[in-house]
Design a protein around this ligand. Structure first.
Ligand code: CAA
Length: 379
């Protein structure tokens, strides 16, 4: 067993850490306040070759591994979680299903758009009445000649305003009891396709979260992604990879909160000494350091298993569940250590706490992760 990063992973970490500190962190507070999407940052990430990081070089990617992807998500999220989630969804939800299930022709058409950053990646699963019960999809795709005609709604979709296409699930056949769910690639400029960007969110204000409305959207049948009727399973498999991204985001936000709390505790004097000299504060900081270490190790383990092409569904859920819950706890404790200042935006920790909450919900709630783990251990 070897816990060291490889030379390539170290190089990617160094590059993205410097980039995040110099280019991403400084505007994070203002972007959160003004709800401004970090478009220029993604242009620069494309210039750095990060937008297609884990995808094959023949499609414009960098052919890197999943641990490298997790490192990039962690560093971006430490600086700005809105940037982190945009990147994580772009790769693990937008690009991954095309890479995993696309035909050669589909990969040639869509992956270069992802790898160059010309299109951000987005994926459409969730619907108003199909959240945790993701198989309850109501969006319908009816065959008409060589086309599918799609009608339905998707909600909480990351990145769609900046995507040239979205892979989404739709019912392609139903016998009234069981629905045949397929995945279909839909260009966002299709007639009848509307992207609505007006959610009022708790946090992650600089990320793009949208509703999709499809009214008689016509796409050729060749836009079917993977095997007909396998769409739900394909998307669950895609989410396994996405959950590593959410785990990495959680580690990044928690690390940022911990560093801010440690620095504040050392500098803040009450009762004649630094509050970091009080055991009550020391124990909080020690718990933070321990839990971040555990979460990061679990994220890397899930990523490593994926890279070894071994089953990783259980580990992806464990890392997502554990990291998101400790992130919520750590960001809340970081606010606590900052006292009244922590409640103020300028100290950043209240933003971390608001951003952390989404991680216990998106890409499968904590309750869904426990269902997945329970099933995996044979309950
Ligand atoms: N990979 C591949 N196949 C899988 C799988 C996986 N990880 N997990 C299950 N399957 C297969 C099963 O083997 C089963 O196959 P058979 O029918 O052949 O037996 C099939 O898929 C159905 O599995 P389940 O019976 O376990 O499915 P279920 O209906 O009970 O649901 C669930 C299980 C865990 C609750 C699942 O629905 C789930 O994960 N829900 C949460 C969905 C989610 O995370 N949504 C957030 C999406 S994020 C988003 O949309 C917005 C964005 O941009 C971020």
């Amino acid at each position: 067993m070897n816990f060291d990063l490889t030379a390539e992973q170290n190089m990617i970490q160094k590059t993205i850490r410097e980039f995040s500190e110099e280019e991403v962190a400084k505007g994070a507070l203002e972007r959160d306040r003004s709800k401004t999407f970090p478009k220029e940052i993604f242009q620069k990430l494309a210039d750095l070759g990060m937008m297609g990081l884990p995808f094959p070089e023949e499609y414009g990617g960098a052919g890197a591994d999943t641990i490298s992807f997790a490192i990039v998500v962690e560093e971006l999220s430490k600086a700005c979680a809105s940037t982190g989630i945009t990147y994580s969804a772009h790769i693990s939800l937008g690009g991954a299903p095309i890479h995993l299930f696309g035909t050669k022709k589909q990969k040639e058409e869509y992956l270069p758009l992802i790898c160059s950053g010309q299109s951000l990646g987005a994926f459409g699963l969730t619907e108003p009445n199909a959240g945790s019960d993701a198989s309850g999809t109501k969006t319908k795709a009816i065959e008409q000649g060589d086309s599918f005609i799609i009608n339905g709604n998707k909600c909480f979709i990351t990145n769609a305003s900046y995507a040239e296409f979205v892979a989404l699930t739709a019912v392609t056949n139903s016998d009234g009891k069981k629905s045949e769910i397929s995945a279909i690639i839909v260009p966002t400029n299709s007639k009848g396709f509307t992207v609505i960007d007006n959610y009022e969110k708790m946090g992650l204000h600089a990320s793009n979260t949208t509703e999709l409305v499809l009214e008689n959207v016509q796409v050729p049948k060749e836009n079917l992604l993977g095997e007909r009727g396998q769409g739900f399973k394909q998307f669950l498999q895609t989410l396994d990879g996405g959950r590593i991204g959410i785990g990495a985001m959680a580690v990044g936000i928690a690390q940022a909160a911990y560093e801010k709390a440690l620095a504040y505790a050392k500098g803040r004097k009450q009762f004649g000494k630094s509050i970091s000299s009080f055991q009550a504060i020391q124990f909080k900081l020690a718990d933070m350091a321990m839990k971040i270490e555990l979460a990061r190790n679990m994220v890397y383990k899930a990523a490593w298993l994926k890279d070894q092409k071994r089953p990783f569904t259980k580990e992806a859920s464990i890392c997502k569940l554990y990291a998101s819950e400790i992130c919520m706890e750590i960001t809340s404790q970081a606010v606590q250590i900052h006292g009244g200042n922590g409640y103020m935006q300028d100290y950043h920790v209240e933003r971390y706490m608001r951003d952390a909450k989404l991680l216990e919900i998106g890409e499968g709630t904590s309750e869904v992760q426990r269902m997945v783990i329970a099933k995996q251990i044979g309950c």
